[in-house]
Design a protein around this ligand. Structure first.
Ligand SMILES: [Zn+2]
Length: 450
């Protein structure tokens, strides 16, 4: 493995259609030169290649997708929590299952999730984590080679929270800080830490205020769910007398380090607060549809100056982790609500790449194919019937609207190839599926969920 890693950290992709996603959204034909995991030239090669050369045969090379809201611990629970609105979905299925995890079942769940993310072209993720044994998720992320911002879920209050997930405020903060010190900046900044207070209804004000203070002090991220669903927003208002985002701001949680998942039900004042504080929103279209939460007004959020990213959320509210599909749905939903052309395919791909990179504070390193950035790259096959006429100008529509994850051929993170010809290089997908089924049986049995 180490030899392959060294060999592929310096290489040249040639004969590619490079969808750069740079500020000019340039599309160029030619080469991408990678030296020691970093892009050094795009378009015209930079002299003789110092490593292997890969002929892309006209395929697309684009930046890896960034998914700014996922739950790796829930991958095992795909197809296990159907036909419920958010709070029932959590209380009756997800929380009891999550509370029954062991370090071993968590590791399997995280591996399954990372494998699926990589194969659909996702090279970077923001994970909500879980309350206990979070090290098992972090260690799996670390070993996998994927780029990630991770955190331990924090839950020190809330109706319907099982004893297996409820924790004391000081324990939650202490364990989060221990995790942050262990993982923030790991492997040359491939892994970062974000505090993960789950949502207002499962966290005390004391805990959230301390998270805001510690995030400002140490520069760790903040990752929470906000304004996902009508019932949740009403409960927060009854509890605090404030709109959800205004309440989070009063606790010091809004900042350029913060990512709020969903924000389906926010008013004009909340949009202004998100924009003014530099807080990013992660739009999760599949999840919002499946749980009947509604459709986030992405066009209005962006027009208000809010940075928007995309995420699949957890496998059981989706039921997949396909970043390409989320971009397509984001595009289609705004067609339905704000009209065709309101969020073109190129903009949807922007959310899935640059929007995510900015949300995680990684915009200077990833999110586009540009010299100086890390080689987090995806090669997407062209030339089948979905390529249509094959014109370069239609490539965004081809990728977002007509394409799909089955067209993802190769994936690199910092120049290390993690998917080759559609197959995972570091994980045995078939063996993993078998381990996944056994782990799920184990968790279900212990959870008492029927
Ligand atoms: Zn979520």
């Amino acid at each position: 493995m180490s030899e392959a890693r060294l060999a592929l950290s310096t290489f040249r992709l040639e004969n590619a259609l490079v969808v750069t996603m740079n500020d000019d959204r340039a599309i160029v034909r030619g080469a991408v030169d990678v030296v020691d995991g970093r892009i050094v030239a795009v378009g015209t090669a930079s002299g003789p290649s110092r490593g292997p050369t890969i002929d892309c045969g006209g395929d697309v090379v684009m930046p890896g997708l960034v998914q700014a809201h996922v739950h790796l611990c829930q991958t095992l629970f795909r197809n296990q929590a159907e036909d419920r609105v958010l709070l029932r979905w959590l209380r009756e299925r997800i929380w009891p299952l999550e509370g029954a995890h062991t370090p071993e079942t968590l590791a399997v769940s995280a591996e399954l999730g990372i494998g699926e993310l990589l194969r659909s072209g996702t090279t970077c993720l923001l994970d909500m984590g879980t309350v206990h044994h979070q090290d098992a998720v972090a260690e799996t992320v670390a070993a996998s080679g994927i780029r990630a911002m991770i955190g331990k879920a924090m839950m020190d209050a809330g109706e319907g929270v099982p004893a297996t997930l409820l924790e004391r405020t000081t324990d939650s903060l202490d364990e989060s800080l221990r995790q942050a010190r262990r993982w923030h900046g790991f492997d040359g900044d491939r892994v970062r830490y974000a505090f993960a207070p789950r949502f207002v209804l499962s966290c005390t004000a004391e805990l959230q205020r301390e998270v805001g203070r510690l995030s400002a002090l140490h520069g760790y991220g903040v990752h929470t769910h906000a304004s996902e669903q009508v019932e949740e927003v009403a409960l927060v208002e009854r509890l605090t007398g404030m709109r959800n985002v205004e309440y989070l701001e009063s606790l010091g949680l809004c900042s350029p380090r913060a990512v709020f998942a969903h924000c389906v039900h926010v008013d004009g004042g909340e949009r202004a607060t998100l924009a003014r504080t530099g807080t990013s929103v992660c739009h999760c279209p599949s999840s919002n549809l499946k749980l009947g939460s509604g459709i986030a007004d992405v066009v209005r959020l962006r027009a208000s100056g809010v940075n928007v990213a995309l995420g699949a959320d957890g496998a059981p509210c989706n039921n997949g982790l396909d970043g390409m599909l989320e971009a397509r749905l984001a595009h289609l939903l705004q067609c339905a609500t704000n009209g065709p052309g309101s969020l073109p395919a190129a903009d949807a791909l922007w959310l899935a790449t640059r929007g995510g990179a900015r949300a995680l504070g990684w915009d200077s390193m990833i999110g586009s194919v540009e010299p100086g950035k890390d080689a987090d790259l995806v090669r997407v096959r062209r030339g089948d019937f979905r390529s249509g006429s094959g014109g370069d100008a239609d490539v965004y529509e081809e990728l977002v609207c007509a394409g799909g994850r089955d067209l993802v051929r190769d994936v690199w993170v910092r120049g290390v190839q993690l998917v080759s010809a559609g197959e995972l290089t570091r994980l045995d997908a078939a063996a993993l599926a078998v381990r996944g089924r056994a782990a799920l049986r184990d968790v279900v049995e212990r959870s008492g969920v029927v």
